[in-house]
Design a binder for this molecule. Structure first.
Ligand code: HEM
Length: 377
């Protein structure tokens, strides 16, 4: 239908790889922040509590505040941090796969999505932020419910669920930041508090920023990674011979992960607005026009990745699954590491793993979520 397709509700869907890349990296494209929202005539879409709360987080800030917050975080998962996290992630995978194995032995099959894929990201990020493991189920539920407000056209009832989850997240993470301030320890959140105390004029402002950062990094890391893990396993089990081939060629595990990221991106859509009158893919777009970057469509642009609907582990293709430019995903390295750890051990321990049915998905458009993937061995 072209690189740029008018969306029925206004704005445009951007489908071509180069056009999406241009929007993500271009200086004349911004995220739809509070200032842009205030200039809209139809504001209901932006007034929902959950949307407003998200608008205060990193992903909805533009420079200079975005630059300030990203700088304060630095490179969250640099080589050294990832090297330190590696052994614990491997140990976690071993424990989760023990559980998977027990369930398969007891019941003949088990749900990889809930037993393994959803647990590994919360274990990893929870430990990194020194969050008590008994809180993990609550955090997962809040995250699943919050995400509705970030869908393209949420219904009223979805927005209500999102609103409750947003308030619960605010309460949980605000309390967490307050506790860490009182304890004044050496955990990551306490260090962020000290960094921001030096940058902000008062403690209230610091605590608000640290709450927003902690909450956002947590929710940004969970469903996305869980979906990658389940989709990756499904792509390998869903077609004969792939699992066996990768077992024989473990040197291509990273290639398989990149191809799964390209083929089936966990986040499908992201929005940007024009900061000035501009031309995109030959179409004139006035200032403030909203466009939706379609990551999945971009990844399957045949001009960039020939024969794009074929899952090809040797493709070495390109993808925009982690975004691009100033907002490029801060957790890409960690997500890849979790996928590598899981796939490595799964291939070794479960040579005859097979799908025991089709995967089930949450009925969503923007945030893809695998709710169930039954496997047997
Ligand atoms: C497969 C897993 C993941 C996928 C597909 C994914 C994808 C994305 C995408 C598409 C963006 C928006 C980029 C843009 O606007 O150009 C993003 C931003 C972000 N991601 Fe991820 N992500 C994943 C995992 C993670 C993890 C594990 C973390 C943290 C532990 C994380 C933290 C963030 C943060 C903080 C941002 C906001 C960056 C900003 O706006 O400056 N993500 N991610």
């Amino acid at each position: 239908m072209g690189d740029l397709v008018p969306a029925p509700w206004g704005g445009y869907l951007v489908t071509g790889y180069d056009a999406c890349d241009q929007v993500l990296r271009g200086r004349n494209w911004l995220v739809p922040d509070f200032a842009w929202q205030a200039r809209q005539t139809r504001t209901e879409r932006w007034e929902a509590v959950a949307t407003q709360e998200m608008s205060g987080t990193l992903s909805r800030l533009n420079a200079p505040e975005h630059t300030r917050q990203r700088r304060s975080l630095g490179n969250l998962f640099d080589r050294n941090t990832l090297r330190e996290m590696g052994p614990r992630i491997e140990a976690d995978v071993t424990e989760l796969l023990d559980r998977l194995s027990e369930r398969i032995q007891a019941d003949g099959e088990a749900d990889l999505a809930t037993v393994v894929s959803e647990q590994l990201p919360i274990n990893t990020v929870g430990r990194w932020l020194s969050i008590a493991p008994e809180d993990y189920p609550h955090i997962l539920t809040m995250t699943h419910n919050q995400v509705h407000a970030q869908e393209l056209l949420p219904t009223k009832s979805q927005l209500a669920i999102s609103e409750q989850a947003t308030m619960d997240l605010r309460e949980y993470f605000t309390r967490l930041v307050r506790e860490r301030r009182d304890q004044d320890g050496d955990d990551l959140i306490a260090r962020w508090i000290r960094t921001w105390d030096a940058l902000e004029s008062d403690r209230e402002a610091t605590d608000r920023v640290v709450y927003q950062l902690t909450m956002f990094v947590t929710i940004a890391s969970l469903e996305t990674t869980a979906t990658l893990l389940s989709s990756l396993v499904w792509l390998l089990l869903g077609s004969p011979g792939r699992w066996e081939w990768l077992r024989e060629h473990p040197e291509h595990i990273d290639d398989a992960i990149e191809e799964a990221l390209r083929y089936d991106p966990p986040i499908r859509v992201n929005s940007r607005v024009a900061s000035e009158d501009t031309v995109l893919a030959g179409t004139f777009l006035p200032k403030d026009t909203m466009v939706h970057v379609m990551y999945g469509a971009a990844n399957r642009d045949p001009r960039r990745n020939p024969d794009p609907h074929t899952f090809d582990m040797l493709r070495r293709g390109n993808h925009l699954t982690f975004g691009g430019g100033a907002h490029y995903c801060l957790g890409a390295g960690l997500a890849r590491m979790e996928a590598r750890a899981l796939l490595g051990q799964l291939l070794e321990r479960f040579p005859t793993l097979r799908a025991a049915g089709l995967p089930e998905y949450a009925p969503r458009m923007v945030f893809h979520r695998v709710t169930s993937l039954r496997v047997a061995a």
